[in-house]
Write a protein that binds this ligand. Structure first.
Ligand code: PA5
Length: 466
């Protein structure tokens, strides 16, 4: 298939399409000069956004592929221990660029690659059951933390390290690869002290923007995903977006539409609904990106703004039987993003059968591909008819090149939205507070003030429990 660019379609946010919930000429006119000014400012700032430099690091990709091939030949299981931005990108690449039941396939059908596990949680049942199913001698563990100190990751690492050591003794060090800041943090220090293999997350790239660093690329390359195609897709999208006219930059246009819905229509629930199982975890990755980047108490001038849309994931056609009733008839408080795939990697025809029963006969001889597309367009049409706005992003196919385009589109959209809200899209002070309270509750030295603060809080009163 010749390579194309993703298509972005905002037909169904026009007032002509969805009536009162649409963006009309007056909405665009009122925002015109602000959008132009912010766009110019964003173009000037763009080269300082760390994630925009990542697709150009070809030398790093070669080195990662070489390391990944070596690791893949040494193990049957590759386990990523990380959380949030240190896990979700790798999960999204795993499920979009591999067949759905990759881990259940025989090794030969997986390109002679190991299985991949990314628990992304500290649930004791999850972790103990995962370890119980794996042979430590045939497992490599990739410990990922930008800060090098996140409690969940440190705790899971301790559990997994002890499990490895019990099985292979001092050779546990050969079963661990660290991915962290080049200089700072406990993981970097440990890697130096114990001679562990260690990869670098560039200091100017935060967790949720790190999918195109070794955080996402190493696990992907271990599975044999073509990470150079992924980076090429991201680079092509970076170059597609930009230029002097904001109306021609699809990532900015999508950021602007979402922003205008928030500030002019008070519509701030953003539902992303791919019609492809393989993109379900991309929507999950985006949910974190959008929420953590834009949910902020103060703007860049220090004024309290408490801004931020609420991202929601849904999956077509599954959630037509779970959420769509609410979407079509409930409150007009949502803007939908459909993700469409032109061509799936397989065509599954629906065989003829029970032809005298009309519940079956109309389906016979058609395909699941056609049915899924029909359901997507039917849902979009039903929403438009009910006056609910949506945009659509279309991928020619799901492969590393188009996934690279999609991830970069969404990262750029998020950074642009940060400019529109005039907030810092790259920090997460609200997450840090929870981390500090966790350290305090777990008795970490240096957190006495947080422990005292927690003691003074009444989070659970006996007279409020029934
Ligand atoms: O986007 C972010 O910065 C966060 O979601 C982090 O990825 C998450 O908190 C994990 O942090 P770390 O990679 O330092 O363990």
């Amino acid at each position: 298939m010749a390579e194309k660019m993703l298509r972005y379609d905002f037909t169904n946010v026009r007032a002509e399409a969805v009536g009162a919930a649409g963006l009309g000429a007056e909405d665009w006119a009122a925002a015109e000069s602000y959008l132009g000014r912010v766009y110019a400012q964003a173009q000037a700032a763009r080269s300082s956004w760390g994630f925009t430099k990542l697709p150009y690091r070809d030398g790093e990709a070669d080195a990662l592929i070489a390391l990944a091939n070596e690791l893949a030949s040494q193990c049957d299981n590759f386990v990523v221990i990380g959380i949030g931005g240190s896990a979700l990108g790798a999960i999204a690449l795993h499920s979009s660029c591999n067949p759905p039941f990759y881990n259940l396939m025989p090794r030969e059908s997986r390109g002679n690659r190991p299985r991949l596990f990314i628990p992304d949680n500290i649930d004791p049942v999850l972790i103990s059951n995962l370890l119980a199913t794996l042979d430590p001698a045939r497992t490599i563990v990739n410990v990922v933390a930008k800060s090098g100190s996140t409690a969940e990751t440190m705790a899971n690492f301790l559990v997994v390290q002890a499990w490895l050591q019990r099985a292979v003794g001092s050779a546990w060090t050969k079963h661990v690869v660290i991915t962290t800041d080049p200089e700072k943090g406990a993981l970097r220090a440990l890697a130096r002290e114990r001679g562990l293999r260690a990869l670098e997350i560039p200091p100017d790239v935060g967790g949720r923007f790190s999918v195109l660093t070794p955080v996402g690329l190493l696990p992907a390359a271990v599975e044999g995903i073509e990470i150079k195609a992924l980076l090429r897709g991201a680079r092509d999208m970076l170059e597609r977006c930009g230029g002097s006219e904001w109306r021609h930059d699809p990532a900015f246009m999508n950021a602007a539409i979402h922003y205008l819905y928030d500030v002019r229509k008070q519509i701030r629930i953003h539902v992303m609904m791919p019609y492809a199982q393989g993109l379900r975890d991309v929507a999950d990755w985006f949910r974190q990106l959008w929420a953590e980047s834009l949910g902020k108490r103060v703007n860049r001038r220090g004024e309290v703004v408490q801004c931020g849309p609420t991202p929601v994931n849904a999956l077509g056609a599954t959630d037509q039987h779970s959420q769509v009733q609410l979407y079509v008839e409930g409150p007009v408080d949502k803007l939908f993003t459909f993700i469409h795939v032109d061509q799936f990697s397989v065509q599954t025809s629906i065989p003829a059968g029970f032809s005298d029963d009309p519940a079956f006969s109309y389906l016979s001889g058609q395909s699941l591909n056609k049915l899924l597309h029909a359901e997507e367009f039917a849902t979009r049409a039903a929403l438009t008819k009910a006056g609910r706005p949506h945009v659509a992003i279309a991928l020619p196919a799901i492969n590393p090149y188009y996934v690279g385009q999609l991830l970069m589109f969404l990262e750029l959209q998020t950074a642009y939205a940060g400019e529109l809200y005039d907030i810092n899209a790259f920090d997460q002070p609200g997450v840090e507070q929870g981390k500090i309270f966790t350290y305090a509750l777990m008795g970490r030295a240096g957190y006495d003030a947080a422990r005292a603060e927690l003691k003074g809080m009444e989070l659970s009163r006996p007279d409020c429990i029934i």
